[in-house]
Write a protein that binds this ligand. Structure first.
Ligand SMILES: *Cc1c(COP(=O)(O)O)cnc(C)c1O
Length: 407
């Protein structure tokens, strides 16, 4: 569908989600209202399911769930469907979102152990290995091991492949769960090759769609664990017992109903997935904003945009929150305010230049840093020059603030 629609001029949204959305995606969201069981809508939903697998290099035996809700609903799905009363969960903590996932698991009566990294670091594989071995020595094992792929509060990137490999080796019966809300489509994720069991995300971050969709992919192993539960799922709305037949029906081309899907949002998600999976050829791309690149190119573009922003920060004498460059996310950057400056010196000045960034989120250091998102359209479409605009504005703003304070 070509887009006869261009969005109104607006401030550049460079927070770690929601992110800038393509005109064609917003236009798809404006699709006339459709029955959720109509024959025209069914393949739109089905294609969303299929293309979600592609973004994660996930095979046919994996099961996507696309459910109205935000990223948080993914935690509820894991807790309600894969963990039973009193079973143990190991949560790898690299920031704010580890605490929240743990809180959610406990809400469903899981027994949670958190393995916490220092602020700015990911949990080391050595510490993970120790924790898993210790549990083995107790004659027990964790039902699930969760980690935050990119913790949005710290911009710390965890080694998803290494974590999965370590769990598979030492505790093969444990399910490996990635909170990848802030990494899907901006960081490479090889679902099958790495041996992941759940990747959960949301529509509004790297997937470049308005908020409102919980997106989760489960391995065949995870589905089997679900199917052999001793007790029923501990949620009504989040129950895979309800959703599994729905996802299977839409994928196989027939309608089904449990709870009304977000029809228009699925049109929008479909439009964004067509861009991300490069299903839309350059010749059919409607807008200059609809640059079509392969998934591999997409990840490379995130890396180079990220480097550009991080190098600029370093030149300005600004420290990054991640303590090790190999653990710094490619879709966002977290920066401490430089010596003598604070939020009031930086964020409003960027806003004056039409750039919206995010403040701090990690409780211990909330007021000491800010965050820039650089995902999706902003990094893939060079013509927009969003990254240059962010870099140039950051330089101006820091110079101006320093001059004003006589620094
Ligand atoms: C944004 C985010 C969430 C929560 O997603 P919502 O859509 O706000 O519910 C969870 N985990 C991570 C890592 C996130 O970045």
């Amino acid at each position: 569908m070509s887009s006869p629609f261009t969005q109104a001029p607006h401030d550049l949204l460079v927070i770690p989600g929601p992110i800038e959305v393509a005109d064609s995606v917003l236009y798809a969201n404006a699709h006339p209202s459709m029955s959720h069981v109509s024959k025209d809508f069914i393949p739109v939903f089905g294609d969303c399911i299929r293309m979600t697998r592609e973004v994660l290099y996930a095979g046919k035996d994996t099961q996507p769930f696309l459910i109205s809700g935000s990223g948080t609903l993914g935690w509820d799905q894991v807790a309600a469907n894969l963990v039973e009363d009193g079973e143990e969960a190991l949560v790898l903590h690299s920031g704010y979102f580890g605490d929240s996932f743990a809180d959610c698991l406990e809400t469903y009566r899981a027994k949670v152990t958190q393995l916490k990294a220092p602020v700015g670091r990911a949990v080391s594989l050595v510490d993970l290995e120790k924790a898993l071995l210790q549990k083995k020595q107790e004659g027990k094992s964790y039902k699930v091991v969760t980690f935050t792929h990119v913790d949005t509060s710290t911009a710390v990137l965890s080694d998803a492949k290494g974590i999965a490999e370590t769990v598979r080796r030492i505790s093969p019966e444990s399910l490996v769960i990635a909170d990848a809300v802030c990494s899907v489509a901006s960081e490479e994720i090889r679902f099958d090759d790495w041996g992941l069991d759940v990747v959960l995300t949301a529509s509004q971050k790297g997937l470049g769609t308005p908020p409102g969709l919980s997106i989760l992919v489960a391995s065949a192993r995870a589905i089997n664990v679900f199917k052999t539960r001793k007790t029923p799922p501990s949620s009504y709305y989040a129950s895979w017992k309800k959703w599994l037949p729905i996802m299977n029906a839409y994928e196989s081309g027939s309608p089904a109903y449990f709870a009304t899907p977000p029809v228009n949002l699925l049109y929008a998600y479909n439009a964004s997935l067509r861009i991300i999976t490069a299903k839309r050829s350059a010749s059919t791309a409607a807008e200059p904003s609809e640059v079509v690149v392969s998934l591999e190119q997409r990840f490379a573009l995130h890396k180079s945009a990220s480097q550009k922003i991080k190098e600029t920060a370093a030149q300005l004498g600004i420290k990054q929150l991640p303590l090790d460059n190999s653990e710094a996310a490619n879709g966002m950057t977290a920066l401490y305010y430089p010596e003598g400056l604070g939020a009031a010196d930086v964020i409003p000045r960027l806003a004056q230049r039409g750039i919206v960034v995010a403040g701090g989120l990690h409780a211990e250091i909330k007021d000491k840093y800010f965050r820039i998102g650089h995902m999706g359209l902003t990094v893939v479409d060079g013509q927009r020059a969003d990254v240059d605009r962010v870099v140039d504005s950051l330089k101006e703003v820091i110079a101006e603030a320093r001059a004003q304070k006589g620094l």
